[in-house]
Design a protein around this ligand. Structure first.
Ligand code: NAD
Ligand code: TYD
Length: 378
């Protein structure tokens, strides 16, 4: 295998840490640089098991710092960029959209421009180079719930839950029109457009992927699944937005990381791939599965924590339904999810219950204050 010098941005975050771990362990001949600003969401404790590996290096840097990144590209002779750094929480974007535009749009643009200048300065130019941008299905907007009771889905994968349903006969495809609704998805959509523009204008070898909701270990506990597991464990209220009827399509994070590996190496330049496991869940049904699982593992009587469910004011502009069609990735590259949803949830719940110290470190101090402020109106 050829030697490569790869920057993974946002490697101290949730998905990024799984991608860094996979690349560092699987490709000892690569130099893997984890570039992360370490915002509230970045945590080097996510990478303790690989931090001393000889092919791994951490660099603390803001992706908006064009000069510093341009210098790093030259110093490290970077030939591949896997870009995950972003502000990623919809609720935060509703309160503070500027930070999202700065990091997600301007930060991505700074990386693109620095990569362009460096790669164009080399005799071989863009040959053998790759700028891979990780995006979200939320850029496609929201799908109608035209079958609210659920129908037999057109496709199942190993990720699909038992008795799996689809809540519409419509899905997000790679050519679905971009219709972002939240400041988060609007900023991601804008960054996706910039990445494609760098291919179309300058010939940069770019790839974009749009993935559905991820779950698994090391997710910051402001997102639904880790937040609720933690709250069930602590007997705290579970704030369900609206009626809990919104649908999300869940994929185990390691399956996303494997897809990223495959697409980075085998994906076609300038293409878009959707990543998802055909695994739609209404929030309230998913919450009940989490309650059942946590109660069982903690030895509580069945139904014990159901009383924690607390319906709260809905999120502004709350998208009704996300559902990804990943047929292209499955057919063209042969990717498929490895884990059935019930197994993934069991693994995830056990991980958070077994890693209380990790959670307690994050949920103390500044985050606690932020969380109280964020939810003071609810
Ligand atoms: P996360 O919030 O857990 O991690 C983001 C990481 O980026 C953190 O380590 C943070 O420190 C870093 N970061 C933020 N701003 C930075 C800056 N200015 N400079 C350098 N580093 C910075 O996010 P995540 O859930 O792991 O998501 C990673 C990527 O995947 C994002 O681009 C997100 O849009 C995308 N995505 C996420 C999901 C999901 O369900 N979580 C689904 C599809 C796509
Ligand atoms: P989240 O994990 O924030 O991901 P996203 O908004 O990117 O899909 O939320 C998942 C779903 O859970 C979404 O429909 C909003 C809902 N939700 C709640 O009902 N309560 C909560 O406290 C949170 C964080 C989310």
């Amino acid at each position: 295998m050829a030697k490569r010098n790869i920057v993974i941005t946002g490697g101290a975050g949730f998905i990024g840490s799984h991608v860094v771990r996979l690349f560092v362990n699987k490709y000892p001949e690569y130099n893997i640089i984890n570039l992360d600003k370490l915002t509230y969401a970045g945590n080097l404790a996510n990478l303790k098991d690989i931090e001393n590996k000889p092919n791994y290096k951490f660099v603390r840097m803001d992706i908006c710092d064009f000069e510093a990144f341009h210098q790093l590209m030259q110093d490290e002779k970077i030939d591949g960029i896997i870009h995950l750094a972003a502000e990623s929480h919809v609720d935060r974007s509703i309160k503070d959209p500027f930070t999202f535009a700065r990091t997600n749009v301007m930060g991505t643009l700074a990386l693109l421009q620095a990569a362009k200048l460096y790669w164009e300065s080399l005799p071989e130019g863009y040959e053998g180079k790759r700028f891979y941008h990780i995006s979200t299905d939320e850029v496609y907007g929201a799908l109608a719930m035209n079958h609210p009771e659920g129908i037999e889905p057109p496709l199942k994968t190993v990720a699909s839950s038992e008795g799996h349903k689809a809540y519409g006969d419509n899905f997000f495809y790679e050519d679905t029109k971009y219709t972002p609704h939240s400041p988060y998805s609007a900023s991601k959509a804008s960054s996706d457009h910039f990445v494609r523009a760098y291919h179309d204008t300058y010939g940069m070898p770019t790839i974009v992927t749009n993935c559905s909701n991820n779950y698994g270990p090391y997710q910051f506990p402001e997102k639904l699944i880790p937040l609720f597991i933690n709250n069930i464990r602590n007997g705290k209220p579970l704030p369900v937005y609206g009626k809990g009827e919104n649908v999300r399509d869940w994929l185990y994070v390691e399956d996303h990381a494997r897809a990223i590996d495959m697409i980075f190496h085998e994906g076609k330049v300038a293409e878009t791939y959707n990543i998802g496991g055909f695994n739609e869940w209404k929030n309230i049904d998913l919450i009940k599965v989490m309650i059942k699982t946590v109660d069982r593992i903690l030895g509580n009587p069945e139904g014990h924590s159901l009383e924690l469910i607390t319906y709260v004011t809905d999120r502004l502009g709350h998208d009704a339904r996300y559902a990804i069609d990943s047929t292209k990735l499955q057919k063209e590259l042969g990717w498929e999810p490895s884990l059935q949803f019930e197994e993934g949830i069991e693994k995830t719940v056990r991980w958070y219950l077994d890693n209380q110290e990790w959670l307690d470190n994050i949920t103390s101090g500044d985050y606690e204050k932020y969380y109280d402020e964020m939810y003071k109106d609810r």
